[in-house]
Design a protein around this ligand. Structure first.
Ligand code: NZQ
Ligand code: ZN
Length: 391
C-alpha cells in the first residue's frame, strides 16, 4: 500500500427532509447572502427549489439565483455566474441538482476570488488556493461531486471537457442527501448514474498497487451492493431503501475513500469525456460503452485485476485469468444492458465515431499517455474506441 493523506471536510446530512437543513447549515457556516445554482426545470417542478428558498428566507439568509445549467456544463454559465457573484458579493454558493450544477457552482467558487480567467485552473496553469464555500442539495446519485474535490467543465471554444481536481479546496462544505428527491429521475438518468458510480469505484479498483486488501474489499462490496440494489430502483422508483443505498453508494464511490493508498486508473473517464464533449452523450451512459471496451483491451496483456473483478463482483468461477476476465466483462455488459443502458456506440447514438478526432482531443487534453493500471498512448486509445465501435 502507498502512503496517503485523506481529508474529507464535507458534512453529509442524509435522509428524509435533509434539504430542510440547508438554512441551519448555512447559518452555522456564517453565510448571509448566497447564490442558488440549479439546472433545467426538475428542481422547479418538484417544488424543491421553493423549499430551499423558503428555508433560507425563514432565517433571513438572502439569495440570488443562477438557473439553466445544462448537463455536460459549459464555461459560458461559469463566466455569467462569476460576474453575478462578484457584483452581488455573495458569501457562498448552494448547488441544487446533480454533477453538472455542482461542478458549475465549484467553478464559480474558485473563479470569483481569482484575478485571471477561471479556465487557468482547468488548463493546469494555476492551482486553486482560494474558493468560496459551496453547499449541495443533491438530486441525482451519479457524479459524486457532492463529496469530491473535482469539477468538470467543457470549454465551448474547441469543446474541451476537462476535470479539475483539488485535494480539498472544492470539496463541498455540506451535502444534503434525501433519497426521496431522486424518485422523479427518468430511468435513463437513474441507470446512467449507477454506471457512473460503478466506474468511479472501478477506476480506483484497477490499480497496479499490490497489497491493498482493505480498499479492494471496500470496492468489491460497494459494487456488489450497487448491483443488488439497481434492479430494485429501476423496478420501483419510489423504493426508499433501495434509493437510499444507491445514493450513499454514489457518494462513497467518489469521495476518495476507495482510492486511499493505491494508484488509480481513470482511462475510461478520459475516453468518455471526449464522447460527451463531442457528441453530447450522458456521461454514465458513455461509460457503460467505453469501460467494457477498455477492460477488453487491457485484459489482452494484463488480465489479473480484471479477472479478480469478475470473480469477486460477478462470482465468475473460471480459474484461468483470461477466461475469468472475459466472462467478467460480459457479465458487466449484461448488467448494464439489464438496466436499460447502451452497450454499443450505435446504441449510444454514435453510428460512426470520428476516432482520429476523439484520440487527438483526448491526448491534447489529458497528455501523451493516460492510465494508472496500464499506460496508454494514441495507438492504444484508438484501438479501445474501435473495440467500443465494433461491439
Ligand atoms: O437540469 P434538470 O432539469 O435538473 O435535469 C437533470 C438533467 O437533465 C436531471 N435531473 C437531476 N436530478 C433530477 C433530474 N430529473 C428529475 N428528477 C431529479 N431529481 O438529470 C439530468 C442530468 O443531470 P446532471 O447534473 O448532468 O447529472 P450527473 O450528476 O450525472 O452529472 C454529470 C456531469 O458530472 C460530471 C460529468 O462529466 C457530467 O458533466 N462529472 C463530475 C465529476 C465530479 N465533479 O467529481 C465526476 C464524474 O466522473 C463526472 O465526470
Ligand atoms: Zn464519472
Amino acid at each position: 500500500m502507498e502512503n496517503f493523506t485523506f481529508y474529507t471536510p464535507t458534512k453529509y446530512v442524509f435522509g428524509r427532509g435533509a434539504e430542510c437543513k440547508v438554512a441551519e447549515l448555512s447559518s452555522q457556516a456564517g453565510w448571509k447572502h448566497v447564490m442558488i445554482v440549479y439546472g433545467g426545470n426538475s428542481a422547479i417542478r418538484s417544488g424543491l427549489l421553493d423549499r430551499v428558498k423558503d428555508s433560507l428566507g425563514s432565517i433571513g439568509i438572502s439569495f440570488i439565483e443562477l438557473g439553466g445549467i445544462k448537463p455536460n456544463p459549459t464555461d459560458d454559465k461559469v463566466y455569467e455566474g462569476i460576474e453575478l457573484a462578484r457584483k452581488e458579493r455573495i458569501d457562498a454558493l448552494i448547488a441544487v441538482g446533480g454533477g453538472s450544477v455542482i461542478d458549475t457552482a465549484k467553478a464559480i467558487a474558485c473563479g470569483v476570488p481569482y484575478d485571471g480567467d477561471f479556465w487557468d485552473f482547468y488548463a493546469g496553469k494555476k492551482t486553486v488556493t482560494e474558493a468560496l464555500p459551496v453547499g449541495v442539495v443533491l438530486t441525482i446519485p451519479a457524479a459524486g461531486s457532492e463529496g469530491s474535490g473535482n469539477s468538470v467543465i467543457t470549454r465551448i471554444d474547441g469543446l474541451h471537457k476537462i476535470s479539475l481536481r483539488t485535494e480539498s479546496a472544492l470539496r463541498p462544505r455540506f451535502a444534503c442527501l434525501n433519497p426521496e428527491l431522486t424518485y422523479t429521475l427518468p430511468p435513463y438518468q437513474t441507470a446512467s448514474g449507477i454506471a457512473d458510480m460503478m466506474v468511479h469505484i472501478m477506476e480506483r479498483y484497477f490499480t497496479p498497487t499490490s497489497e491493498v486488501e482493505v480498499t479492494d474489499r471496500l470496492c468489491e462490496g460497494l459494487l456488489k451492493a450497487i448491483i443488488a440494489e439497481a434492479p430494485k430502483v429501476m423496478a420501483e422508483p419510489d423504493n426508499y431503501d433501495a434509493r437510499a443505498n444507491i445514493m450513499w453508494s454514489g457518494t462513497l464511490a467518489h469521495n476518495g475513500v476507495c482510492g486511499c493508498g493505491r494508484r488509480e486508473d481513470w482511462s475510461s473517464h478520459f475516453l468518455e469525456h471526449e464522447l460527451s464533449a463531442v457528441y453530447g452523450v450522458t456521461h454514465g451512459a458513455g461509460l457503460a460503452v467505453v469501460t467494457p471496451a477498455w477492460m477488453t483491451f487491457v485484459a489482452r496483456t494484463n488480465p489479473s485485476k480484471i479477472a479478480q473483478f469478475g470473480r469477486s463482483v460477478f462470482d465468475i468461477k473460471a480459474t484461468d485469468d483470461m477466461t475469468a476476465a472475459l466472462e467478467g466483462i460480459e457479465a458487466l455488459r449484461a448488467f448494464f444492458n439489464s438496466i436499460g443502458l447502451p452497450i454499443s456506440m450505435t446504441a449510444l447514438g454514435i453510428d460512426n465515431p470520428d476516432i482520429p478526432l476523439l484520440v487527438r482531443k483526448l491526448h491534447e487534453n489529458k497528455g501523451e499517455r493516460i492510465g494508472g493500471y496500464m499506460s496508454l498512448g494514441a495507438a492504444e486509445t484508438a484501438e479501445i474506441y474501435r473495440i467500443a465501435t465494433d461491439f
